[in-house]
Each structure stands twice: as C-alpha cells, then as structure tokens.
Design a binder for this molecule. Structure first.
Ligand SMILES: Nc1ncnc2c1ncn2[C@@H]1O[C@H](COP(=O)(O)OP(=O)(O)OP(=O)(O)O)[C@@H](O)[C@H]1O
Length: 274
C-alpha cells in the first residue's frame, strides 16, 4: 500500500496537483451553493450509499453491491429532475459569472435598495415607537436561528418590515432575518447576551441583538419600542442613537460587497457605545 502510494506520488506532475485543486474548488463551490437547500440531505444520502458500496465491494458482498450500484445509478439519473430549480439557479449564476465568489452573488445594487428599505422602515418604526429587531446574515450562517421563526423568503420592503413588527400581530415577536437581500424568516429567537456590564435600560430585545453578534459576524439593527431609539449591534457591542443617515451609512459600510466590512469608527464618533 505504502509502495503503491510512493509510486503514485513519484509519477505525479505539477499539472496533476493543479487538476486536483481545481476539482476541490469546484466541489467546494458546489457544496456552498447547495448547502442550505434540500439537495444537501440527498448529497449526504449519496455519500452514505457510496461508502456502503465501497465497503460491500471490499467485502465481496456481490448481491448487496449490485443493489447499491443500481440504486446509485437511479439516484444520479433522478438528481437533475428532482433538483431542477436549484440547478437552474446555479447555471444562471454561472452564466452571470457569479459562481466563484459567494460574496459577489449578492448584488450591490439590490443591496443598496434593501438598505434603503430597512432604513425607511426603521425611521418610520422609530417615529411610531414600534419595536424591531433585524438581523443581517453575513459570512456566518444563521440557519439555526432562522429555524426558530417562520420562513418567509420575501423581498425586503419598508412595508413588509413595518407590517411584520406591528404589535400583537403573529410575527412581531422576535427578529427578522435577512440573508442575501431576502427576508428569510421572522419571529426568530436570538441568543441573549450574558454581558453584565450593559446598561439596565437595555431589555431583552437589545440583549438578543447583542447576543447574536457575539457569536459571529452578523449585524443587527434594533428599534426600541420604549424610546424609539435606533441602534445597531456588531461584534458584541451596541451603538445607540442613530438617525436614518447614520444607519444607512453604517449598513453600507458593513454590507456592500466593495466595502471593507470594518466600520470606520472615526466617522461615527457621535454615537454612544453601551
Ligand atoms: N431572545 C429573543 N430573541 C428575539 N427577540 C426577542 C428575544 N427576547 C425578547 N425579544 C423581543 O423583545 C421584546 C421584548 O423587549 P423588551 O421590552 O424586553 O426589550 P428592550 O430591549 O427593553 O426593548 P424596547 O426598548 O423595545 O422595550 C419581545 O416582545 C420580543 O419581541
């Protein structure tokens, strides 16, 4: 075995390594593309079947092996039919040259529109003292928090956000989750921060917003029901008393593809950090 490996390595050319790397990148990108879709469960099933096939082959279990091989063939043929929508989406992205970089999938133009809608909604809710909690997913996936709410998959609009947070309506409690320019879910339960040094003026809505940002790179916008104050949380810190322009500027800084994700704090020295 070791000798075979040595022989294999000695015949390897640079181009073979490049070949392997390219395949690895393609497989990783494919996984990235489908990882939050139902295709993932099927992929896992295929991997398990593949492992069983190898083991049964190795153990010379002919009938089991025959059965597994046949079911693999059927599954592989069924794949493009069952997952036609996902494949179409992937091919469209490929056609637009947006396959390689995940961040580039998110279109800045659409994101600017999303930011404007969120800002308008926050300004309106702030005026009317309607509490809101809006989490923007970035590189770290927030699927587990999305699962605690109600799935929506809707276009982001001022009207939709305003409607979601109207008190005493079914979705108003909890957070809205925005992923790649879509409202993925509402009524999501976020983890509360355990930070004891926070101002006692900050209740559970603000603590939930801060708590989420302690665990990853999400950005959370909070509107206080009590005071109407607009805040945002990032990296476990909360920055309070923003007006619409501050909020827009900050969201663009963090969320637009072309920008460095770190906030240029100098521009926001007038905000209070709690
Ligand atoms: N873990 C959580 N995840 C998501 N949302 C939560 C969570 N805990 C509380 N909330 C939201 O916060 C609301 C309660 O807000 P609370 O008044 O306690 O907080 P607050 O920070 O003082 O906010 P406000 O200034 O708006 O009153 C709940 O009705 C719910 O919508």
């Amino acid at each position: 075995m070791l000798l075979q490996l040595q022989a294999l390595l000695s015949t390897m050319r640079i181009l073979d390594i490049v070949d392997i790397l390219v395949v690895a990148v393609i497989l990783y990108q494919l996984y990235y593309l489908i990882r939050d879709t139902r295709a993932v469960s099927l992929l896992k099933g295929l991997v398990v079947l593949g492992a069983f096939t190898i083991v049964s082959n190795w153990m010379d279990l002919h009938v089991v092996n025959w059965l597994l091989e046949k079911s693999m063939t059927v599954l592989i043929v069924a794949l493009p039919i069952v997952f036609q929508p996902e494949l179409r989406k992937a091919l469209e992205r490929l056609g637009r040259g947006r396959f390689i970089s995940r961040s580039s999938i998110v279109d800045d133009e659409e994101r600017m529109r999303v930011i404007d809608e969120v800002v308008l909604a926050c300004e309106r809710m702030s005026e009317q003292k309607i509490g809101a909690l809006i989490a923007f997913e970035r590189a770290v996936r927030l699927a587990e928090y999305g699962d605690t709410g109600i799935y929506l998959d809707a276009v982001v609009s001022e009207e939709l956000l305003g409607n979601i947070f109207i008190p005493n309506t079914p979705l108003h409690d909890g957070a809205v989750l925005i992923r790649e320019n879509r409202v993925v879910a509402a009524g999501c339960l976020l983890p509360l921060t355990q930070d004891q040094n926070l101002s006692s003026a900050l209740g559970t809505r603000h603590r939930a917003g801060i708590g989420l940002t302690e665990q990853g790179d999400a950005l959370v916008v909070i509107v206080s029901e009590e005071t109407g104050a607009i805040s945002y949380a990032y990296g476990g810190h909360i920055y309070r008393h923003l007006d619409g322009d501050n909020l827009r500027h900050m969201l663009r800084n963090y969320l637009l593809k072309g920008n460095d994700s770190r906030l240029r704090f100098g521009e926001f020295f007038n905000w209070r950090k709690s």
